[in-house]
Write a protein that binds this ligand. Structure first.
Ligand code: CLF
Ligand code: SF4
Length: 297
């Protein structure tokens, strides 16, 4: 345990491969892709693929019902002794597609009470579900925050769907920003560890992520994970089609180095699929498809 760390926090992160850099050598996570619906549009996303907020664009995960997800988690838990975390990271937004996320967590917690539950969201619907997340003992939440200035937000988000209607322009970016900050503050108030993912989009929010880092640190974020925009014209995203490119490894590292000293950085993210299984970077998802699992029983 690092000397300056609160023992209660260490208890929460010591076997979480994303929240603890040390843990990722020894502990595995799995994702179940139960949440395909999404309530916003990001310019780096094409809905045909997984949510690019916590994922590598251009991959398509196997969508599951909560019951199928439970079967899959049990099958993986029996085969992968390092499994410590079940995450829901799309393929859309886990807080917006809430009924399926909640049903999955409840079923799994009943069968495997010691597994840690983890969720990733764009934050828009998050404040509506913080109380239930706390009730379900979800200790780890990730919010993707790419801006704290709606003027920058309009260049990332063309629209959101909120409170039964669609918003665009600066209004959409302002609402999303306010909901993200509120969600983070609510999680911090309940002692839920929150990681912030930011997609680094050169020429749009790269310099601005220094402000994002300050804002989220002030509101209690535990970690900040800056991920490179992956922009391939073949993925059909707006950025890809308009020729906006992602940062190279040196540009990413230079920004991360400038952020040192602010909110603590995560540097070992592997931009997992929404159905990833295993240690980070060692994706065993293909061994545990529904065909494989139902073929065995
Ligand atoms: Fe999954 Fe995300 Fe939980 Fe980890 S992934 S929901 S916090 S259990 Fe981890 Fe994968 Fe990076 Fe995500 S390496 S994409 S940070
Ligand atoms: Fe795509 Fe995720 Fe953005 Fe929704 S939140 S538009 S699924 S990247």
């Amino acid at each position: 345990k690092p000397n300056d760390m609160d023992p209660a926090i260490w208890e929460k992160i010591k076997d979480h491969p994303c929240f603890s850099e040390e843990a990722h050598h020894y502990f595995a996570r799995m994702h179940v892709a139960v949440a395909p619906a999404c309530n916003i549009q990001c310019n780096y996303c094409n809905r045909k693929y997984d949510c690019a907020n916590e994922s590598r664009p251009g991959v398509v995960s196997e969508k599951l019902t909560p019951d199928q997800a439970l079967r899959k988690v049990i099958a993986v838990a029996n085969e992968v002794p390092q499994l410590s975390v079940l995450g829901i990271a799309g393929p859309g937004d886990a807080c917006y597609d809430w009924k399926k996320t909640k049903a999955t967590f409840e079923r799994v917690a009943r069968e495997i009470p010691d597994i840690k539950l983890c969720i990733s969201t764009n934050g828009l619907a998050l404040p509506d579900h913080v109380a239930e997340l706390a009730d379900m003992n979800v200790d780890h939440v990730t919010i993707t925050i790419n801006m704290v200035d709606p003027e920058i937000g309009v260049r990332i988000y063309p629209w959101i769907f909120y409170d039964h209607r669609r918003y665009g322009g600066i209004e959409a970016a302002r609402i999303l920003h306010e909901r993200q900050m509120l969600g983070l503050e609510m999680l911090t108030a309940r002692g839920i560890l929150t990681k912030i993912n930011s997609v680094m989009i050169p020429g749009v929010n790269d310099e601005h992520l220094i402000d994002v880092n300050k804002w989220v640190k002030e509101r209690g974020a535990f970690l900040h994970n800056v991920m490179p925009l992956i922009s391939d014209p073949a993925h059909g995203t707006l950025y890809g089609l308009t020729g906006r490119r992602g940062p190279n490894a040196m540009e990413l590292k230079a920004l991360q180095d400038r952020l040192e000293g602010g909110a603590k950085l995560m540097r070992h993210c592997r931009q997992c699929r929404a159905d990833a299984v295993g240690l980070l970077g060692e994706d065993r998802g293909q061994e545990f498809t529904i065909d494989q699992i139902f073929g065995e029983v």
